[in-house]
Write a protein that binds this ligand. Structure first.
Ligand SMILES: [Zn+2]
Length: 69
């Protein structure tokens, strides 16, 4: 199963984050999932998904890299 991921900067504390959305959950069970900044607890993203959203802190260098991961 493919996981979807993207980068985002926390608006509150400025942490560089990698948001991952996994879809390894029961299909047909879409709910609003939120991702929380691991540093300050701010809600950094949310979406309707049947999986889980998770935010990881990454370095500024990783954040600015063009060719991801
Ligand atoms: Zn934050």
């Amino acid at each position: 199963m493919a996981a979807f991921r993207f980068k985002k900067k926390c608006e509150k504390c400025g942490a560089f984050l990698l948001i991952t959305e996994t879809d390894d959950y029961a299909p047909g069970c879409k709910e609003r999932e939120e991702a929380w900044c691991p540093r300050c607890g701010n809600e950094v993203d949310s979406s309707m998904t049947s999986g889980f959203l998770k935010a990881f802190e990454i370095t500024e260098q990783e954040f600015n890299k063009k060719n991801d991961f």
